[in-house]
Write a protein that binds this ligand. Structure first.
Ligand SMILES: *[C@@H]1O[C@H](CO)[C@@H](O)[C@H](O)[C@H]1NC(C)=O
Ligand SMILES: *[C@@H]1O[C@H](CO)[C@@H](O)[C@H](O)[C@H]1NC(C)=O
Ligand SMILES: *[C@@H]1O[C@H](CO)[C@@H](O)[C@H](O)[C@H]1NC(C)=O
Ligand SMILES: *[C@@H]1O[C@H](CO)[C@@H](O)[C@H](O)[C@H]1NC(C)=O
Ligand SMILES: *[C@@H]1O[C@H](CO)[C@@H](O)[C@H](O)[C@H]1NC(C)=O
Ligand SMILES: *[C@@H]1O[C@H](CO)[C@@H](O)[C@H](O)[C@H]1NC(C)=O
Ligand SMILES: *[C@@H]1O[C@H](CO)[C@@H](O)[C@H](O)[C@H]1NC(C)=O
Ligand SMILES: *[C@@H]1O[C@H](CO)[C@@H](O)[C@H](O)[C@H]1NC(C)=O
Length: 461
């Protein structure tokens, strides 16, 4: 009884003391489950059924629809940050220019605003139809603007090669050098050594040639298997659960090993994203920018994004994941060592303290609050958070301005051709000029001679 009262009291006290105000949120997530992208296990089957294209599947749509409903409960119902009907001044949605991330964002937003779309005003039917002959206004949807009161929302995308914020690693030529260095590092070698038994076992069970097989090709198989598991496609009957589990613990760490092994790599590739993140936070806090009332910024992206940002926030690292894999003592207490699976997500919340009016940040990974800013606290003052992010910032443009090796190869061929053409023209011109000169000289000599002759004639006379 006493415990119960104490519990109720503490809950009330907690509610009462926690009158801080949520001002603004930003979220980055991975798309939901998709069809496979690698031609390995059962490739023929996937090709024949047009399933080898990485499109969002119904399972993936449902995952994001449910995440949208989770967001709705927390940010519309509980914290009342957003209006329950869509307001274009509150939300900005970015997605990479890929079908599955765009469709994930759409599914997610339906989860937030489903059945809460707008109604048409009381205007004449004439105004509700397009100008095309035979077009009619539907009679079975009532006042609802669109069937079932759906709410549609705008999604912004950039072409892949200009999308620094979300695809920095694809547009940085220097990145490819870093990735090949990562493949040869001691950390990778240690993992590969430990992985030998798993690789052999996997190849045996799957009947694969072990000579052309490594932890990165294993990752591609695991990627296909996850598509199978989530979408009820057939799985290899010969693969045992034990081997799958061992392969799975390798799978989790391969992106980090391959792409984000050093702090420098993490910092360079995350800089453009954080620039956007901080600038939205700053303008949300800027009192004089009254016209900017955004409350929620969305970035719909990929596993490589979630892994990168989680690493830059010190929630995980290639090193700590490898330590987990190798059974060593783990340095980073926060270490997330699982794969950023479908619909995994990171959410930033910007709060204002009720009493001090100071601003602080909370960050949720998969909906769980994380320790922040090198401390054991789940809150970090915005100023400190911003400072830490700025400390680890790189000038992405400068770091990545190396000439693309492909262009480097093409430029000389193109230039040599041009130089040869110029040389030929130049030489031809030179010869022509020489020829003209000679002509002129002969003519001059002739005239001179003639003149002399004339003169002579004159003198002679
Ligand atoms: C929510 O939107 C509705 C309709 O646009 C508006 O009437 C209402 O005032 C808004 N509520 C808040 C809390 O902004
Ligand atoms: C998007 O989907 C369409 C239709 O399925 C497909 O033709 C196209 O290749 C996809 N685009 C991308 C970038 O994946
Ligand atoms: C719509 O407008 C018509 C004509 O002005 C009026 O007769 C009718 O009652 C209105 N309906 C509603 C739902 O307001
Ligand atoms: C990698 O391992 C080799 C041999 O164990 C060692 O000599 C070398 O110093 C290590 N390199 C780094 C960067 O740790
Ligand atoms: C706030 O916004 C105004 C107007 O856009 C701008 O001039 C000012 O520099 C901003 N202040 C800060 C601290 O960012
Ligand atoms: C939409 O949101 C903006 C910013 O919060 C607010 O000023 C405006 O009143 C809202 N519009 C409606 C119709 O609720
Ligand atoms: C986050 O969610 C994804 C997708 O379900 C999952 O794969 C991953 O293990 C989760 N990570 C954590 C730390 O909860
Ligand atoms: C991440 O860890 C590094 C090394 O300990 C530290 O310098 C940096 O400030 C941390 N960054 C964040 C955002 O916590």
């Amino acid at each position: 009884m006493q415990i119960k009262i104490a519990l109720i009291l503490s809950i009330i006290l907690f509610e009462w003391s926690n009158a801080d105000k949520l001002l603004f949120i930003q979220a980055i997530w991975r798309h939901g489950s998709r069809t496979p992208v690698n031609c390995n296990w059962n490739c023929e089957y996937f090709l024949q059924n047009d399933l080898l294209n990485g499109e969002l599947t119904p399972t993936g749509m449902r995952q994001h629809f449910s995440l949208g409903q989770w967001m709705k409960k927390r940010y519309i119902k509980d914290y009342k940050l957003l209006n329950e009907t869509y307001n274009a001044s509150e939300i900005v949605v970015y997605s990479t220019d890929v079908n599955r991330t765009i469709m994930s964002a759409m599914s997610n937003l339906q989860g937030m605003y489903s059945n809460n779309g707008p109604n048409i005003p009381n205007v004449s039917d004439n105004y509700l139809i397009p100008p095309n002959p035979g077009a009619k206004s539907p009679t079975d949807i009532g006042q609802s603007a669109i069937h079932y009161n759906l709410q549609i929302l705008p999604i912004h995308m950039k072409e892949a090669i200009t999308d620094e914020g979300l695809l920095s690693i694809l547009i940085c030529p220097k990145g490819y050098e870093m990735f090949s260095q990562n493949m040869e590092s001691n950390l990778t070698m240690n993992v590969i050594q430990k992985a030998q038994n798993t690789l052999t076992q996997f190849c045996n069970e799957m009947n694969i040639d072990p000579l052309e097989f490594n932890i990165f090709t294993l990752t591609e198989y695991m990627d296909t298997f996850y598509s199978c598991i989530y979408n009820d496609y057939p799985m290899p009957s010969t693969l045992t659960q034990t081997t799958f589990k061992q392969a799975d613990s390798l799978y989790a760490l391969t992106i980090a090993l391959q792409l984000y092994q050093t702090w420098q790599q993490i910092s360079i590739f995350s800089s453009p994203f954080f620039e956007s993140l901080l600038s939205y936070f700053d303008s949300a806090l800027n009192q004089s920018q009254i016209q900017n009332q955004y409350k929620y910024i969305i970035y719909s992206a990929h596993d490589i994004n979630v892994q990168l940002i989680a690493s830059a926030l010190n929630f995980t690292s290639a090193e700590c994941m490898a330590q987990v894999y190798l059974g060593q003592e783990v340095n980073n207490k926060n270490c997330i060592y699982t794969y950023p699976g479908f619909a995994s997500n990171i959410i930033w919340e910007l709060w204002q303290d009720d009493i001090s009016h100071d601003h602080y940040i909370k960050i949720l990974y998969n909906g769980t609050e994380m320790n922040l800013c090198n401390t054991d606290s789940k809150q970090c003052s915005y100023q400190l958070f911003k400072q830490l992010i700025l400390n680890q910032k790189y000038d992405f443009q400068k770091e990545c301005q190396d000439i693309d090796p492909i262009i480097q190869q093409k430029v000389p061929i193109w230039m040599t051709t041009l130089i040869i053409i110029f040389l030929v023209i130049f030489l031809a011109l030179l010869f022509y000029i020489c020829y003209l000169f000679r002509q002129l000289k002969q003519k001059n000599i002739k005239t001179l001679n003639e003149d002399q002759r004339n003169l002579n004639q004159y003198y002679d006379s």
